[in-house]
Design a protein around this ligand. Structure first.
Ligand SMILES: Cc1cc2nc3c(=O)[nH]c(=O)nc-3n(C[C@H](O)[C@H](O)[C@H](O)COP(=O)(O)O)c2cc1C
Length: 242
């Protein structure tokens, strides 16, 4: 059998370069990226793979400064409400009464109340961090729960296509999971028409970066199991990332 011709991979491919160099940006210029770029970004999402090609998503683009300002205001307000109920570290009295309740909620919502978003929520509630980073444009990825298998996974793939496309055009992005805060308001559910089968739990902030974004955020080294022998053999474990 003829051997396949191996590609020359002495340099990163253009796709790898975008993947490695992309960073979340949390400081955007006021001026939005033009609509034709937003449409190209949406197109990269539209062409994402999805289980059964169900394409379990709907997209919305928010550019209105009034709407963006109101979203920020309400998200911060909700962060304050959450922290009022959940942050038991502020006094001995609260520790006594709130700690068991907070622990119960952490069991109920382990992902939402993971220490990282919890820490960020605390900052937001103290007006020390914004929710949407003053981005001039938000792309909302609205999940259609009728998808095949795992619609949230499809949504992640779709969104990452958009993120990488945006960066390949010189724009910057930041995923915003905290848009979920708005879903506690019937007003925003109505505004974005979020009712069954739709669910809004993620959006992407996009714009021109104000500054060069922070350096690399470290990634964990992975121990990867390679199964190359017979059924009786244990896998060879290789360290990926050093
Ligand atoms: C699903 C998801 C939700 C995220 N939500 C937020 C968020 O609400 N606010 C924020 O500032 N960053 C958010 N991020 C960005 C992550 O913090 C960031 O990707 C991570 O720290 C790695 O940094 P990097 O993107 O610069 O490589 C989110 C990322 C993902 C994938």
């Amino acid at each position: 059998m003829a051997k396949s011709k191996l590609p020359d991979l002495s340099e990163w491919t253009p796709v790898e370069k975008i993947i490695m160099e992309r960073r979340s940006t949390r400081a955007f210029k006021k001026e939005p990226i033009p609509d034709f770029m937003i449409r190209r970004i949406l197109e990269s999402g539209r062409f994402a793979p999805s289980a059964g090609n169900a394409q379990p998503w709907r997209f919305a683009v928010v550019k209105s400064p009034d709407v963006l300002a109101e979203m920020e205001k309400d998200a911060v307000k909700m962060a304050k409400v959450f922290m009022w109920f959940l942050d038991y570290s502020r006094s001995k009295f609260r520790k006594l009464f709130l700690k068991p309740i907070t622990k119960f909620y952490i069991r109920l919502l382990p992902n939402e109340l993971h220490p990282v978003p919890f820490g960020l929520l605390k900052q937001i509630a103290k007006d020390k961090a914004p929710v949407f980073h003053d981005a001039p444009t938000l792309i909302l990825l609205i999940e259609d729960r009728r998808g095949v298998s795992s619609p949230p996974m499809d949504l992640g793939i779709c969104g990452e296509n958009m993120v990488l496309a945006a960066h390949s055009m010189g724009a910057a992005t930041c995923w915003i999971g905290l848009i979920k805060l708005l879903m506690y308001y019937p007003k925003w559910k109505k505004f974005f028409n979020i009712k069954y089968p739709y669910k809004l739990h993620i959006c992407i902030a996009v714009g021109w970066p104000k500054v060069k974004s922070d350096g690399e955020v470290p990634r964990e080294v992975q121990l990867v199991e390679w199964y190359e022998g017979s059924l009786k053999d244990r896998p060879r474990v290789e360290t990926q990332g050093v």
